[in-house]
Ligand binder design. Structure first.
Ligand SMILES: NC(=O)c1ccc[n+]([C@@H]2O[C@H](COP(=O)([O-])OP(=O)(O)OC[C@H]3O[C@@H](n4cnc5c(N)ncnc54)[C@H](O)[C@@H]3O)[C@@H](O)[C@H]2O)c1
Length: 265
């Protein structure tokens, strides 16, 4: 039995990186998955990987920050699979490296729309159906950038701090319903979003420095975030609610000393 056997799930941002790894893992663990991204063609690789593993999935093109599109992906899950048990609201954008004093209102609006209002809309449209079913799990991707500074620019970090608050406040707003809401806070993971960081380091020959500020001394892989998303989505986490878990090699547990200042030998 897979850990999501019989569950009906949506994963947003499923064409790349963390969302893709999660959609594939959810399907391998028995979930039927609606894979959401901006354009359907971009989801072909994810769908092929799922089908190759013997899983079931469909592609849904949607802007994860647009209310009509969110309503449509929830309805698609119900129409295809007969209900909705899990939403992993993972789609996000970094906003690049625009310095604070050059950030405009339009720039902030777009980042908050996708990164924070998108997960709110997932809750807004999926939770009522989950309540009727007697329960469900909503997982969102926050970031270590939402915990403290220096892992993203201000708009991005603020949006992710908002996602952490949304996990806490929505879990409590859904008091007594059996619907759980949690977030994952990834550290630095090699994905489409962080490709320029990794490409730049490789070009400079400084790849070995990536991840040096965390005690694992490396960057993470999308599959390592998918594993936490799977846990939170599954009944294994049946008493886990309103939390935001860092999956960052220990980065957010440390003061910023490179090289393990207090290591034993
Ligand atoms: N990579 C990291 O180091 C890292 C760290 C912390 C948090 N995160 C978060 O993880 C999540 C996944 O990012 P990733 O690193 O896998 O990046 P990625 O760029 O590889 O994947 C993000 C996916 O989301 C999709 N997407 C973006 N905006 C969308 C929208 N409006 N509607 C639908 N789909 C949309 C993109 O097309 C892409 O396929 C994001 O929320 C990101 O902020 C990433």
């Amino acid at each position: 039995m897979g850990r999501l056997q019989g569950k009906r799930a949506v994963v947003t941002g499923a064409a790349s990186g963390i969302g893709r790894a999660s959609a594939v893992l959810f399907a391998k663990e028995g979930a039927k998955v609606v894979c959401v991204d901006r354009v359907a063609e971009a989801l072909e690789g994810t769908l092929a990987a799922i089908r190759q593993a013997g899983g079931t999935a469909v592609a849904q093109a949607a802007d994860a920050g647009d209310e009509a599109a969110v309503k449509a992906y929830v309805e698609r899950c119900v129409a295809e699979f007969g209900g909705i048990d899990v939403v992993y609201a993972n789609a996000g954008v970094s906003g690049g490296g625009t310095p604070l004093l050059e950030q405009t209102v339009a720039y902030w609006n777009e980042i908050l729309r996708i990164n924070l209002i998108g997960p709110f809309l997932a809750i807004r449209h999926a939770a009522p159906l989950m309540v009727k079913q007697g329960g469900g799990s909503i997982v969102m991707t926050a970031s270590v950038a939402g915990l403290r500074a220096n892992a993203g620019m201000s708009a991005y970090a603020s949006s992710k701090a908002g996602v952490i608050s949304l996990a806490q406040t929505a879990a409590n707003a859904l008091y007594g319903t059996g619907v759980r809401v949690n977030a994952v806070c990834p550290g630095l993971i090699e994905t489409g979003m962080t490709k320029p960081i990794f490409d730049g380091a490789r070009a400079r020959g400084s790849e070995g420095k990536i991840g040096q500020l965390n005690p694992m001394r490396r960057a993470g892989r999308p599959e390592e975030i998918a594993a936490m998303a799977l846990f939170l989505a599954s009944d294994d986490a049946s008493y886990v609610n309103g939390q935001a878990y860092a999956v960052d090699g220990g980065l957010s547990s440390t003061h910023p000393f490179a090289g393990g200042a207090l290591k034993l030998s």
